[in-house]
Design a protein around this ligand. Structure first.
Ligand code: ADP
Ligand code: ASP
Ligand code: MG
Length: 405
């Protein structure tokens, strides 16, 4: 469909009635000349509040029922936004994820989108309606509502833009774009005009909340150009797109932190083939993602295996690991929740050696102890004490000169 835009509004953009009305204004302006599909998140902190409510009823809420509850957050937003648009004399219709034809897999609370059949969306667009879709939700093979993981409205928006072959996908949020670091932590962080999919993917993967990492994977796969911009101003934001030729000039594009991971160690693991496959295979079977794996060199045929998992998965991971450790004849499991992962990302790292050494030197000068290190071609991550997070982000931002182009 020509002239079709997907506009996604995050939770802070629809946090109250006045904000919903101003979002409606922004959408109707666009709809004067274009067809528009809107994706919205739950208002403000609704998702967090619903999770807390569920936990006040049950310590580990049934995942199917939790998804049923969480999906209601986005449903409030679509209904209210549709009402606001209609009261401005435009025609609109709200659709849940299942109504919009978003098919997900069976993994409750972190389902993947399997396919999109946007039949109803297209029918309604043809009737000249503004279509408003609930983000973060789909229908699974059991005909149950499944949610797509935190930040999942970004994924809904990008996947819909790909399925509908849109001109552009605009991500409206409470900051003016993607910055060199979280602007809430680094006051002189700089807004980037452009960033490549690969860099954004790494930044999102290591904690830059501004975009959900999985949404960037989809954008890259289907070549959807994204425009991250402010809901509250007309300024151009950040374009996320394919790598441009001059991008390599910038060594470090951004810094991110993540306080949601915990460090886990299995001590005294027998040193024989197949052990790592057993440990990590067991976690993978339960959909627990593992990051930053370190195995110490063997001493007397035993070694320690340390890695990080999301804090949400920590309890389950420890339960599973206790039984694996017993079967393998390994020692105790220890964990540390007071850690943070600090990462620097940049395409230019490929061609500029010494960046990791500089990062470690900066930490050494500040007396910040490094617990774990991992690297990719365009990223270096360190696990440090959680209490040092802000200090680490600010000093790296300064030492890599990120406030200046
Ligand atoms: P939304 O509700 O619109 O989805 P989020 O809260 O998920 O918004 O993401 C926006 C927030 O991401 C910002 O308020 C900002 O504090 C945070 N953030 C973290 N890292 C960055 C970054 N590098 N650039 C911009 N924002 C960032
Ligand atoms: N409401 C969901 C969340 O808070 C999805 C989103 O906002 O993208 O994670
Ligand atoms: Mg978000």
């Amino acid at each position: 469909m020509s002239n079709l835009f997907v506009m996604k509004f995050g939770g802070s953009s629809v946090a109250d009635s006045d904000k919903i009305k101003s979002v409606a204004e922004r959408i109707t302006k666009k709809a004067e000349k274009n067809r528009v599909v809107v994706v919205v998140s739950a208002p403000g902190d609704t998702t967090d509040d619903l999770i807390e409510k569920a936990r006040s009823i049950s310590r580990s809420p049934d995942p199917r029922e939790l998804d049923m509850l969480l999906a209601t957050g986005e449903m409030q937003s679509i209904a209210l936004l549709s009402m606001a648009i209609k009261s401005k004399g435009f025609d609109a219709i709200s659709l849940t994820g299942p109504q919009a034809g978003i098919y997900a897999d069976n993994v409750h609370t972190k389902a993947k989108i399997k396919k999109i059949r946007p039949v109803k969306i297209i029918q309604e667009l043809k009737k000249d309606k503004i279509v408003i879709v609930a983000g973060f939700q789909g229908i699974n093979p059991n005909d149950d509502i499944a949610t797509l993981g935190r930040g999942g409205s970004d994924l809904t928006a990008v996947a819909l833009a790909a399925a509908l072959k849109c001109r552009a996908c605009e991500i409206y949020t409470d900051v003016k774009g993607v910055y060199t670091a979280d602007p809430r932590v680094v006051r002189n962080a700089r807004k980037l005009n452009k960033i490549s999919y690969d860099e954004m993917l790494e930044l999102a993967g290591v904690g830059s909340q501004v975009m959900m990492a999985r949404s960037i994977e989809v954008a890259k796969k289907f070549n959807v150009t994204l425009h991250v911009r402010s809901t509250f101003s007309g300024e151009t934001g950040t374009i996320i797109t394919k790598e441009a030729s001059n991008m390599e000039d910038v060594v470090v594009s951004g810094i991110a932190y993540d306080k949601n991971e915990a460090k886990v160690s299995i001590c005294d693991v027998p040193d024989r083939p197949g052990i790592a496959a057993k440990i990590f295979g067991t976690l993978a079977k339960k959909n627990i993602n593992v990051d930053m794996i370190i195995q110490s060199a063997a001493r007397e045929r035993y070694n320690d295996v340390s890695f990080t998992v999301s804090k949400n998965d920590l309890k389950n991971a420890i339960l599973l690991l206790k039984s694996v450790a017993k079967r393998l004849g390994a020692g105790p499991i220890i964990f540390d929740k007071d850690v943070a992962k600090i990462s620097i990302v940049g395409i230019g790292m490929r061609s500029h050696p010494g960046i990791a050494a500089k990062m470690f030197r900066v930490f050494a000068e500040q007396g910040i102890n490094i617990h774990m290190i991992s690297t990719s071609e365009i990223k270096i991550s360190c696990i440090i004490s959680r209490k040092d997070t802000k200090k680490a982000v600010r000093i790296l931002h300064k030492k890599f000169n990120l406030s200046h182009t």
